[in-house]
Design a protein around this ligand. Structure first.
Ligand SMILES: C/C=C/C(=O)SCCNC(=O)CCNC(=O)[C@H](O)C(C)(C)COP(=O)(O)OP(=O)(O)OC[C@H]1O[C@@H](n2cnc3c(N)ncnc32)[C@H](O)[C@@H]1OP(=O)(O)O
Length: 654
């Protein structure tokens, strides 16, 4: 079965994952048969899909007509034969029990067309073992969605021992058509990629507490506020369900051996039915205060231990050819919401430090889980999972710098999983990128956009901002933002901001420093800092008023409202509003137009306008000096000649 031939899909199971996958497939335009064993289960799943589609419509993420059409494509069924008899792909999402899944495949095999592909949504079970129940093991693979499928971008596409390349390619293409990001897991290895990193992380957190080396508060403060992960390790464990984590760990222990021995603390939690959020109590008591993580209890030794354990797993995945480093990082960023992948985090800490940490702990405890993997040792010898940094090419972790042609340097904020929020590290990258583009003679305009279609930027990363915040560090952070964004405002060439989605708080302050702003219709902008008890601290109290006037700036800041792009176009903040699909094309076109302009005149115009902000006489003086300077340049001759000859000028900046 080729991807092009896939029209109809059966999803088996209407629970959380099943109905979520059904919704995703229906939204992508497929006819979906959703099947469960009882009418009430299928009806519940169907009701949940209807609720979710209506919510998306309410939030303007699709029209009501599109929501209704997607629901119309879903057929709820109980009869297996009816569900699978003429479908192209069967995605099975029944409970995570080998026996149940095997029974389902035995039944489905009887009725499904011979060329249909079977894809199992499992987070831990062996794809190979399941595929062998069927008569089509080569047409069988894993397709692991994350919860909730509608919101989570990642799909792990897992090769069983018998999966054919064609099957894997078709399921990857299908995942892309679902507007998801597939990551190939080349081998059927317990936990695949994301759980192979997250579950040992949660286990190690438990060991740290079990052996009295740290408290829950210290571990979670380190994880959330020092490492910048979306949740503390114990918070995550409670969220996933301590029983679910333990179950995966037991399977890893059984297949992969001693290093994955579950920590007794986790076992105790499960024995006491303290399963986490779902049971009201886990490592935190959800009926009595819930998660409460101090921002300042983190410790470097805990961070080293946790990063070392994850790096060791990365080493094992690489050495066993389960996935390459880049894919591991991408999967964990998308599936776990990590700001950086585990390999990148490990490189940042330094692999030598991590190897030392593991060796010292191994020696002190004798525990197998600290034995350094060959993959980690090799990467350490190479200077990092991504090699050593000495090769000279500029590489950024939080942004992309591209050259789309015609003398435009494109900076893309690249933290789409976190709404392109601005962290101090992103600011460092941004400052370096502006310097890089300023030094490049081939670049004459900068285009600034955000990755994905949700946000240009949702502002400061509130989570990392809260970490260890003191008045002095907050002052520093504010200055850093003012100065970094100021680099764009002051840089010698025109800057165009292409805004698609949210531009809030620091995101709007960043856009304020561009020279031109073009936004898609769906964009929403605002300065919500007053809602957080803050003020716009990255230049917002000063720069916004220069563009929209003090009255409007006060309105935007004091109301803390979100404004749509058209309204801010009326305020003079947005230069042009375009339809959603044209944003990137139009923003690049504008940047390209700017890049074709006269560079010296553009630079001096920016300088004169900046100089005149506080002192009109100073501005006028810069203007007249600039005018005098320009009159003798080749570009002026070129401009005048082109005007006289009715041609287009070719400015060279001379
Ligand atoms: C000096 C500068 C100061 C500042 O800039 S202060 C910050 C100003 N910005 C804000 O206050 C915006 C806060 N965010 C929001 O209001 C909403 O979000 C949005 C309107 C942007 C989007 O809403 P929705 O579509 O319902 O998505 P979602 O579930 O709220 O967000 C998706 C994920 O993105 C994370 N996120 C969004 N904004 C921030 C942020 N500013 N800092 C850190 N994380 C953020 C969320 O938490 C969540 O994450 P998960 O999926 O893990 O739950």
């Amino acid at each position: 079965m080729d991807f092009e031939d896939i029209d109809t899909i059966a999803v088996l199971g209407a629970g959380n994952m099943g109905h979520g996958i059904t919704e995703v497939a229906a939204l992508a335009g497929y006819d979906v048969r959703m099947r469960d064993i009882k009418d009430e289960f299928v009806q519940d799943g169907y009701d949940n899909i209807e609720w979710s589609l209506n919510k998306l419509a309410e939030k303007d993420q699709l029209s009501q007509d599109e929501a209704d059409a997607a629901l119309d494509r879903v057929t709820p069924l109980v009869d297996v034969e009816e569900a699978v008899s003429d479908v192209d792909v069967v995605i099975e999402a029944v409970p995570e029990k080998m026996d149940i899944k095997k029974d389902v495949y035995t039944e489905v095999e009887e009725y499904a067309p011979e060329d249909a592909i079977f894809a199992t949504n499992t987070s831990s079970l062996s794809i190979t073992e399941l595929s062998e129940v069927t008569e089509r093991p080569e047409q069988f693979c894993g397709m692991h969605f994350f919860n909730p499928p509608v919101r989570m971008q990642l799909v792990e596409v897992i090769s069983g021992a018998h999966s054919s390349d064609d099957t894997l390619a078709a399921i990857e293409a299908l995942a892309e058509d679902f507007e998801k990001t597939p990551v190939r897991v080349r081998k059927d290895s317990p936990g695949f990629i994301v759980n192979r990193i997250l579950v040992p992380l949660m286990n190690e957190a438990a060991w740290l507490v079990h052996t009295d080396e740290a408290t829950v508060a210290e571990v979670d403060s380190t994880t959330k506020f020092d490492m910048g992960l979306p949740m503390g390790s114990f918070e995550l464990s409670d969220q996933v369900g301590n029983d679910v984590g333990l179950h995966v760990l037991e399977y890893m222990h059984e297949v992969l051996g001693e290093p994955y021995a579950p920590c007794p603390l986790l076992e105790e939690k499960v024995e006491n039915e303290e399963l986490g959020k779902k049971s009201g109590k886990g490592f935190y008591d959800y009926e009595n205060g819930g998660v409460d993580i101090p921002t300042d209890a983190g410790r470097e030794d805990i961070e080293h231990r946790l990063v070392a354990v994850m790096a060791n797993e990365v080493g094992k995945l690489v050495e066993n050819d389960v996935a390459p480093v880049g894919d591991i990082d991408q999967a964990v960023k998308l599936g776990g919401g990590f700001p950086d992948g585990p390999a990148k985090m490990a490189d940042k800490t330094g692999l030598e430090t991590l190897v030392d940490t593991l060796e010292a702990t191994h020696e002190a405890t004798g525990a197998e889980r600290y034995a350094v993997s060959d993959g980690l040792r090799e990467a350490a010898a190479d200077g990092g999972f991504y090699g050593s940094d000495d090769e000279g090419d500029a590489e950024f972790d939080n942004i992309n710098v591209e050259y789309p042609g015609d003398m435009v340097g494109h900076i893309e904020l690249d933290r789409p999983h976190r709404m392109n929020t601005v962290s101090p590290e992103l600011m460092d990258d941004l400052a370096d990128a502006v310097d890089l583009l300023e030094d490049d003679d081939e670049v004459r305009a900068i285009l600034l956009t955000g990755a994905g279609d949700k946000a240009f930027s949702a502002g400061a990363d509130v989570q990392s901002m809260a970490s260890n915040a003191t008045p002095l560090s907050a002052i520093e952070l504010s200055r850093k933002g003012q100065q970094t964004f100021g680099k764009l405002e002051e840089c010698s060439m025109p800057v165009v901001a292409g805004i698609d989605g949210y531009a809030l708080g620091g995101g709007m302050e960043l856009a304020t420093c561009a020279d031109l702003r073009v936004a898609s219709e769906r964009s929403e902008l605002g300065q919500p800092e007053h809602n957080l008890g803050l003020l716009p601290g990255w230049g917002g109290t000063q720069r916004l008023a220069r563009i929209v006037g003090e009255g409007r700036a006060k309105e935007i800041i004091f109301t803390a409202e979100r404004y749509d792009a058209a309204e801010l176009a009326e305020y003079g903040f947005i230069n042009e509003v375009v339809d959603n699909d044209s944003l990137h094309e139009r923003a690049l076109e504008l940047a390209t137009d700017m890049a074709a302009g006269p560079p010296v005149a553009q630079e001096l115009t920016k300088r004169a306008m900046l100089a005149g902000r506080d002192d009109i006489d100073a501005g006028l003086e810069v203007e007249s000096q600039a005018f005098g300077h320009l009159i003798g340049t080749d570009d002026v001759m070129e401009g005048i000649n082109a005007f006289m000859g009715d041609g287009e000028p070719n400015f060279e900046g001379k």
